[in-house]
Design a protein around this ligand. Sequence first.
Ligand SMILES: [Ca+2]
Ligand SMILES: [Ca+2]
Ligand SMILES: [Ca+2]
Length: 199
Amino acid sequence: MLSSLLLSQILLLSSSFAEAKVPDVNECLNPNTCIEPATCENTVGSYKCNCPSGYIQKPGTNNQCQDIDECSKGYCDLLRSTCVNLQGSYRCDCKSGYENITPKICININECTRGIDSCDKTSSYCTDTDGNFWCRCKTGYNQGANNKLCVDVNECLNPIACIEPATCENTVGSYKCNCPSGWVQKPGTNNQCQEAPSP
Ligand SMILES: [Ca+2]
Ligand SMILES: [Ca+2]
Ligand SMILES: [Ca+2]
């Protein structure tokens, strides 16, 4: 049977063991503790492996990182670009009609103000759209292929474009009504004729 003195000495000894500081081991001094691109952070009694931006901790490990596939998370606007996953990053490659303002953002190109449209200025007005442009036809022209061409309207196909005996002559962007010999254009009209006054 232990004496009370001995018992108190044992208790004192065990408590001082508990309080004794175990010197911290710096695991980060070992280059294999964390696997690149993870970086090692020493902590008291342990360590952490931190992943740089663009990476997450690899599942099932505590010292490895894996790339985040941003493309599977919809980081790019797929209407305007295609996503390219990169190690630790990603980029958005612009579709036709768009350009990068950052490697990750694509915006519409205004072909009209930049003067890189193909619209014929005689027959149309350039009109910008998101990702494209079109040529809005002036009066006298009809919309042609892809809304980027304007074709002359043949007004003479309309039998009442000119009133007999005027004859119709189609022109690019317009038409003319010509009067036969001995006739002149009726004042105030552009499609009627009247007999020329006798000389
Ligand atoms: Ca990535
Ligand atoms: Ca555009
Ligand atoms: Ca015409």
